[in-house]
Design a protein around this ligand. Structure first.
Ligand code: ZN
Length: 309
């Protein structure tokens, strides 16, 4: 078959965005311009990995084999290259996935020794935004995703900051702003009042009896949502002082929410910090829902440039 790779001298990259409900696979020479892309539901580990392998085998018939792979996965996940469990999902309520090694299964399935980068879907999205989106021209980038859960990633000069494990900003404690609205919703089973429990998608549905996507733009739900997210952004500002906080994920794409978050942030910050204009400091992703797969392809590219990282 013809080789449709745009430049035979440029290595072909493989990207996998492994979300809790959906997997996106892509190949590209240039991360922001996938040549071939497919998505399918996340089911059992074996079936899901089988479909991923099928995708890359099919892609290879037309475009040739990939030189490296980048995986951005749902968590919690072991993302430390020197850890014995590197490449695995950690303990998760998601049936069958606890301690399943995605990297090993894909390596075995493809029968290849190519370098494979493994990181969280949030870190991958942060890298995508840093290289091609709203994070360009910023050195210290916080990326927050607000959807079924809330997660975050931090980049310093392009490098992903890692501690003992990846950040879990969804579980930052937040004040109880529900009471002022005559509500008391917190859907996190572990904490009395955390950001994810108060502001992730399921909390909107639980609090107002209407799914977030169906709540009207002028519903008071959005002021409360904005206040919780602003409180989370205050914590990030106080603990790390980023150049910009990019707020992505399904909930964040609600029309006008980012303006409400900026207003709530201005109220809560008490003019304490000297910050860039809030239109720059708090922003939506430029790549939208593409940040994760573009970032996964960027991780694959980084493996070819610096395989030891
Ligand atoms: Zn929590």
């Amino acid at each position: 078959m013809a080789n449709n790779n745009t430049d035979p001298e440029t290595p072909l990259l493989g990207g996998i965005e492994a979300g809790g409900t959906k997997i996106v696979c892509a190949i590209a020479s240039e991360p922001s311009e996938p040549l071939f892309e497919e998505s399918f539901p996340t089911t059992t580990p074996e079936e899901t990995t089988g479909k991923i392998i099928e995708f890359f085998e099919k892609a290879a018939q037309t475009h040739g084999p990939v030189a490296s792979l980048g995986i951005g996965t749902f968590g919690p996940a072991d993302i430390h290259p020197r850890s014995p469990g590197y490449g695995s999902i950690l303990t998760t309520p998601k049936k069958g996935w606890s301690h399943y090694s995605i990297v090993q299964s894909i390596r075995d399935g493809l029968g290849t020794g190519i370098p494979i980068a493994f990181d969280t879907d949030v870190n991958a999205a942060a890298v995508g935004e840093a290289e091609y989106g709203a994070g360009r021209n910023h050195r210290f980038i916080a990326y927050v995703t607000v959807g079924t859960g809330i997660g975050g990633g931090f980049l310093q000069d392009g490098q992903i900051l890692k501690g003992r494990m990846h950040p879990e900003i969804g579980h930052i404690p937040v004040p109880d702003y529900d009471a002022a609205y005559g509500k008391s919703t917190n859907v996190c089973p572990f904490h009395d009042s955390c950001l994810e429990g108060r502001a992730a998608g399921p909390s909107l549905a639980a609090r107002w009896d209407i799914p977030g996507q169906d709540l009207p733009d002028d519903h008071e739900a959005w002021d409360l949502e904005a206040k919780y997210l602003a409180a989370g952004c205050i914590s990030l500002t106080a603990s790390w002082s980023p150049d910009t906080i990019i707020i992505g994920g399904g909930v964040s794409s609600k029309y006008g929410l980012i303006d409400r978050i900026r207003a709530a942030f201005a109220d809560l910050s008490g003019d304490y910090w000297a910050l860039p204009p809030l239109e720059i400091y708090l922003q939506n992703p430029a790549l939208g829902q593409k940040a994760g797969i573009v970032g996964s392809l960027c991780l694959a590219q980084r493996m070819l440039q610096k395989p030891e990282n």
